[in-house]
Design a binder for this molecule. Structure first.
Ligand SMILES: *Cc1c(COP(=O)(O)O)cnc(C)c1O
Length: 425
């Protein structure tokens, strides 16, 4: 028996945790351990309150809510962008809360993919989330290129992680654009954005990153690293709710261009309501908005981002790493006889906000976990993602999760379920 496998040890870590009071700010179902904040973050009381505030301005002001009320809708995307900018290491005018991950990727490829001469290829990777690859393929088709030939997918060597050197090798002189994730959605591997950006720029290639799995969990320095563009969703670690409005980043060196997909909300705000037939784009990242902002899907972000502003992303990252370190320690100590593979990188700099366990019975182990009120995340074909989230999970949650998992394995409780995924996950 190790000291760390005793519940009191977890309780001691909780007592020392400076973020522990934030747990009370979230709606956590009784007797449930939520380990799926990397797919859909939980609702906080502040996010709920901000939805009610925005609804109230609709109730009270009707059309005048665009300019009246506590948070006039016309300026609401900019209000949120300013709150979000510290999470990506950018200034407020380089960020805009708009669209969704996939839509923003379409916008950014439409804007930054400029094939010229033999530079026609887009580099991505075969471990990226499929939606990103679908978007890139369809953008290539719009240019009349065959995606099979023009989308270069960097291969992985172990099924879970990528090597930066393999990515750099793919940066040949026929590449026009690179789109990569910051954190891989399955293995949680953190890519070295700074290294990759430098390598791309040395070769005159534009590079952008999908921050879906890092925003709200891992700090970024997009300005310092000189990344060209980035995009993300706000419903995972940012806790903005199902279908929350996403975000994008445009390095200020690219300000002043026409967006690839134009629409009236990308206009200079002073001129937008002149309703001229000629678009005058906003001088900053706002230019990449297309239509009317999704106010109600953005509203929870007001309360949620306020919390991130208070706590700071560095404190969140520090606790997140402690939680995942503790989880890996317990898995090593308690589950060694059950054939789990910890497939996320173990080093802190390479590990995102979740643990990725591989097991051939993963689908039904996940069902058994849910039956025992632990909410994991199954990723086909054999992966279990467990995300202890800094703002609302405790070390005791981690301890209990591993204990329940141990019981499920020891008593073979998973065997009563079918080893098949459900519709979602
Ligand atoms: C979650 C996620 C998406 C989801 O895209 P939506 O357009 O928000 O549905 C896309 N890419 C990655 C890498 C993701 O993790």
């Amino acid at each position: 028996m190790y000291e760390s496998t005793i519940l009191d040890y977890a309780k001691k870590l909780d007592a020392q945790d400076e973020l522990r009071m934030y747990r009370q700010e979230f709606y956590i179902q009784p007797n449930t351990i939520y380990m799926d904040g990397n797919s859909l973050g939980l609702l906080s009381k502040r996010a709920e309150k901000s939805v009610l505030i925005l609804l109230d301005s609709w109730k009270q002001y009707g059309i005048d809510g665009w300019t009246k009320g506590q948070h006039p809708w016309f300026y609401f995307p900019e209000t949120l962008s300013e709150m979000c900018a510290p999470l990506v290491g950018a200034s407020k005018d380089e960020v805009i809360i708009t669209g969704s991950t996939t839509v923003n990727l379409h916008q950014l490829v439409a804007s930054f993919y400029r094939p010229e001469g033999k530079r026609t290829k887009i580099v991505a990777d075969e471990l990226n989330f499929p939606s990103d690859l679908y978007a890139i393929s369809s953008q290539l088709s719009l240019h009349g290129f065959d995606a099979e030939e023009h989308m270069i997918l960097v291969k992985n060597q172990d099924g879970y992680t990528l090597q930066e050197e393999d990515i750099i090798k793919a940066m040949t002189d026929d590449v026009a654009l690179i789109v990569l994730p910051s954190v891989l959605y399955r293995s949680g591997q953190v890519l070295d954005i700074q290294l990759l950006t430098e390598a791309a720029h040395e070769r005159n290639i534009v590079i952008g990153f999908d921050l879906c799995h890092s925003i709200g969990s891992v700090p970024h320095e997009l300005d310092k690293w000189d990344v060209d563009f980035a995009f993300w969703c706000n419903y995972k670690h940012v806790n903005g709710g199902p279908g929350a409005t996403g975000g994008l980043y445009i390095n200020r060196k690219h300000f002043g261009r026409m967006p690839g997909l134009a629409g009236w909300f990308g206009s200079d705000k002073e001129k937008q309501f002149d309703l001229s037939t000629q678009m005058i784009p906003s001088a900053n990242a706002g230019a990449y908005q297309i239509g009317t902002p999704h106010i109600l899907s953005s509203a929870p972000l007001l309360g949620s981002l306020e919390m991130f502003g208070e706590v700071g992303i560095d404190a969140i990252r520090e606790k997140s790493l402690k939680l995942t370190d503790y989880m890996m320690l317990l898995i090593d100590q308690e589950l060694s006889e059950y054939n789990f593979i910890i497939a996320n990188p173990r080093e802190s700099v390479k590990r995102g906000g979740h643990i990725f366990l591989v097991h051939e019975e993963a689908a039904r182990i996940c069902k058994a976990l849910k039956e025992h009120h632990v909410i994991p995340d199954f990723r086909s074909p054999n992966g279990i993602r467990l995300a202890p989230v800094a703002l609302y999970n405790s070390f005791e949650d981690v301890w209990k999760t591993v204990q329940i998992l141990k019981r499920i394995m020891k008593e073979e409780l998973y065997k009563k379920h079918e080893n098949k995924r459900d519709v979602v996950a």
